[in-house]
Design a protein around this ligand. Structure first.
Ligand SMILES: Cc1cc2nc3c(=O)[nH]c(=O)nc-3n(C[C@H](O)[C@H](O)[C@H](O)COP(=O)(O)O)c2cc1C
Length: 192
C-alpha cells in the first residue's frame, strides 16, 4: 500500500479496526481505552466487539458497576489506542463514550455472548471493589445462574472524531491525522 497517500491510510486504518473485531491474533482485538474521573486518567485493555465505520463507533462490553462506567458521570471524553508490532501501525482515537444498559442493544449483544464471557458479569460486588483475599471472589461457571449476570452487563460505545495513524518504517515514519467536525473531514500530515 502507499503510505504517502492519506486516502489509502484512512482506508487502511478502517480495515485494521474492522479486522481487529474478529481476528484474535490482531493486537487491535484488544485496545486500550482511557477515561477521566476529574482528577486522573485511567487506561485499561478491552476487547473490541464491533467497528461501525459509518458512525465511527467502536463497541466494548463491560460491567455496569465498573470504575470506567462511573467515570462517565464526570466526563464522557475518552481516547483509544492500539499498536500492532507486526504491521508497525499505531492508531490513536479521540472521542466520547456512551453507555447502554438493559435495552434492546444490550439484550442482542448479551444473547450473542459466550457463556465464558457471561460468567464475568455474575461476580459479586463488581470490579474494583477492595477485597481482603484474592480468591474470595472466585467461582465456577456451574455455580452461577449465568443469565443473572445480564443485570450488570453494559455496552460502552466509543464515538471518535479524531484518528491519528502512525506507520513505522526505516526510510521515514508516516504520521497522519484525520479530524471530523460537523460532518466535514480534514486531514494533516504530522512530523512523526
Ligand atoms: C486482554 C484483556 C482483555 C480485557 N477485556 C475487557 C473487556 O472487554 N471489558 C472489560 O470491562 N474489561 C476487560 N479487561 C479488564 C480491564 O482491562 C480492567 O482491568 C477491568 O475492566 C477493570 O477496569 P476499571 O476498574 O477501570 O473499570 C480486559 C483485560 C485484558 C488484559
Amino acid at each position: 500500500m502507499d503510505f504517502d497517500s492519506k486516502s489509502e491510510i484512512k482506508k487502511k486504518a478502517f480495515e485494521v479496526l474492522k479486522d481487529g473485531v474478529k481476528n484474535r491474533d490482531s493486537l487491535f482485538h484488544t485496545l486500550t481505552l482511557s477515561t477521566f474521573d476529574g482528577e486522573s486518567i485511567d487506561s485499561r485493555v478491552m476487547v473490541l466487539r464491533e467497528f461501525n465505520q459509518k458512525e465511527r463507533r467502536l463497541r466494548f462490553h463491560t460491567d455496569a458497576r465498573s470504575k470506567k462506567i462511573k467515570d462517565l458521570g464526570i466526563s464522557l471524553i475518552s481516547s483509544v489506542i492500539g499498536y500492532d508490532p507486526v504491521q508497525k501501525i499505531q492508531i490513536r482515537l479521540k472521542g466520547f463514550l456512551k453507555s447502554s444498559h438493559k435495552n434492546k442493544d444490550t439484550l442482542a449483544a448479551w444473547e450473542k455472548s459466550q457463556d465464558i464471557s457471561k460468567k464475568c458479569y455474575s461476580v459479586k460486588d463488581g470490579s474494583t471493589s477492595i477485597i481482603s483475599t484474592p480468591s474470595s471472589h472466585d467461582f465456577h461457571i456451574k455455580d452461577v445462574a449465568l443469565e443473572d449476570g445480564y443485570e450488570n452487563f453494559s455496552i460502552l460505545y466509543f464515538y471518535f472524531n479524531s484518528l491519528e495513524f502512525l506507520y513505522l518504517q526505516r526510510s521515514g515514519h508516516r504520521r497522519c491525522k484525520f479530524e471530523w467536525s460537523n460532518g466535514k473531514l480534514q486531514s494533516f500530515w504530522l512530523v512523526p
